[in-house]
Design a protein around this ligand. Sequence first.
Ligand SMILES: [Zn+2]
Length: 353
Amino acid sequence: MHMIVCHWSLWLNFASRWRGKALWTRTPSRIVSSKQGATLRTRASLGAGTLFPLFLSVVLVGSAHAKLSVVCTTPDIASIAFALTGDLAEIATLAKPTEDPHFVDAKPSFILKLNKADVLLEGGAELESGWLGPLLVSARNPKLAAGSPGRVSCAAGIELLDVPKTLDRSQGDVHSKGNPHYLVDPTNASRVARTIAGALSRVDPMNAAFYETRLELFKTRLESKVAEWERALAPYEGQQLVAHHNTWQYFARRFGLKSELFLEPKPGIPPTPTHLAGVVAKMKAAHVRVIVVEPYQSRKTAERVAAQVGAVRVVDVAQYPGGVKGTEMDYVGLMEQLVKLFAQGLSRPGEPR
Ligand SMILES: [Zn+2]
């Protein structure tokens, strides 16, 4: 009996350590396909005592069945989903990291992906309202119908900023439900990870414990970095940044910055000369040092405004992993790089950059 207890504890320890080690590697942890699982079970039932621990490790790594098909609208959501599922899911992302999430170039291949999906993870709060609806109609997938367990809005439970007091779409405002760029605040990313893990557990209850374990690891890793990021940006508390679009409101709030001036007059509306002249005047008055530009926004416009104000840096940033150089890793890697970029942009000339 004592020997059996030793075997269990040893292999539990080994299996959990092995899993933990694999969790954050870029290559997803090894899982066993249904065929391999069946083979292992057959061999174990043949009475080879030494194979029992191997069988146990299969159970611990996640149940062996067909992979979940998960479609994510944007790369930040996909990065969090991957942290929670590893190899248990096939994850597809619709928007490119360099693409405007409000105006994604919809391709026929998206319909096929949505047709085969078990789960759709979307930003919600009308982030994708300009392009996702018609694709879902064409995909004809009842699993993704509104209200189904497979249809997941990551905005659920998020306190949205900039919610308009009155709904006015007459000028094409793409933030009519509030600001949907909430994932640039890492605290919101923890909430979204919780939402995704809950949804995955409902659709795939056999692996609920696996998703829960990965959720805790993701949150621990992320939350351990937040204090470090707050320290890095603390010297710039209260400083203004200028953005083309209102993408950085949640980031600014989390890290004590101000994001109140935008090159576009309303979200989704291109800049006009009159509006830009007003921005230049306000930047001069407030001594603003930085304009941040995303990959799909006009760097030329930002440079023109910076030249008119004087002593202003134009910094390339992205809200999605892979959108700018150095952010290819994952969500946490993206945030790490963003903190560096914002700190560099806001630093005084002569300060270490
Ligand atoms: Zn937006």
